[in-house]
Design a protein around this ligand. Structure first.
Ligand code: ADP
Ligand code: 5GP
Length: 216
């Protein structure tokens, strides 16, 4: 089997359990890497306080989402995520930045990752971010914003029955609801987000290496 020729620009996806630090890592990378831009995805939920349409997400009605989907406007869609809301990666957002020669980074679910891997494997680089342990995931989920503490707790309950085995990667991939059905081999790089600065430095290094591997 021949390996697909890897091309730039690339679409970097970052997945992992809710609260593991994906957003924090993405924001830190964006602040230091001029060749990287956030791939703003679409969803049908209400914006949270502080969220800006077009910056954090493209907030769409279900009608508009369905229309774009019917016209082939999404690279992937996720409709079985939390809260009955729909999420999707807009083809137009990705194509626009690719035309400018810019790499994109998107926080999406592993099912979305699998879809993108089907449609554009040569452009895709898959990162998985895992929390160091249950306590730290709990703290991050409930502590990130007091307004979201209840939602964080709900997400944690959905990820249960048992997060005690977070140190066991095989267990993690078999049981955590966000990841169930995927495995290590479904990602190009897997990181444990312990100390944020260290994680960001490691991820940045891997992205630089990948750019080098793909050439200009
Ligand atoms: P996600 O996007 O994966 O749901 P966030 O990036 O929103 O997670 O992180 C959840 C909370 O944990 C935020 O308050 C964030 O600042 C914090 N956080 C992220 N990474 C770390 C880390 N390595 N150490 C401590 N706190 C972290
Ligand atoms: P939230 O509602 O908290 O903003 O997002 C919940 C989760 O939805 C995110 O952590 C992310 O993994 C996922 N998500 C956001 N946008 C997309 C998307 O376009 N496609 C997919 N598959 N998942 C997404």
């Amino acid at each position: 089997m021949t390996e697909t020729a890897k091309k730039r620009p690339m679409l970097i996806t970052i997945s992992g359990p809710s609260g593991t630090g994906k957003d924090a890592v993405i924001n830190a990378l964006l602040a230091q890497d001029p060749m990287l831009r956030r791939g703003v995805t679409a969803n049908t939920r209400d914006p949270r306080p502080g969220e800006v349409n077009g910056v954090h997400y493209h907030f769409l009605t279900k009608e508009k989402f369905a229309e774009i989907e019917a016209n082939g406007g999404f690279l992937e869609v996720e409709k079985s995520n939390y809260g009955g809301n729909w999420y999707g990666t807009l083809r137009s957002v990705v194509e626009e930045l690719f035309d400018e020669g810019i790499d994109l980074i998107c926080d999406i679910t592993y099912k979305g990752v699998a879809q993108i891997q089907q449609t554009m494997p040569e452009r895709h680089f898959r990162i998985m971010l895992l929390p160091p342990n249950r306590e730290r995931l709990e703290q991050r989920l409930t502590g990130r914003n007091p307004d979201l503490a209840d939602e964080g707790r709900k997400r944690l309950e959905q990820m249960l029955p048992d997060l005690e085995h977070l140190h066991n990667p095989n267990w993690v991939f078999q049981h955590i609801i966000d990841l169930k059905g995927s495995s290590y081999k479904d990602y190009d790089a897997v990181f444990i987000n312990d100390v944020l600065d260290h994680t960001v430095a490691e991820v940045a290094k891997v992205i630089m290496n990948e750019r080098g591997r793909r050439g200009e």
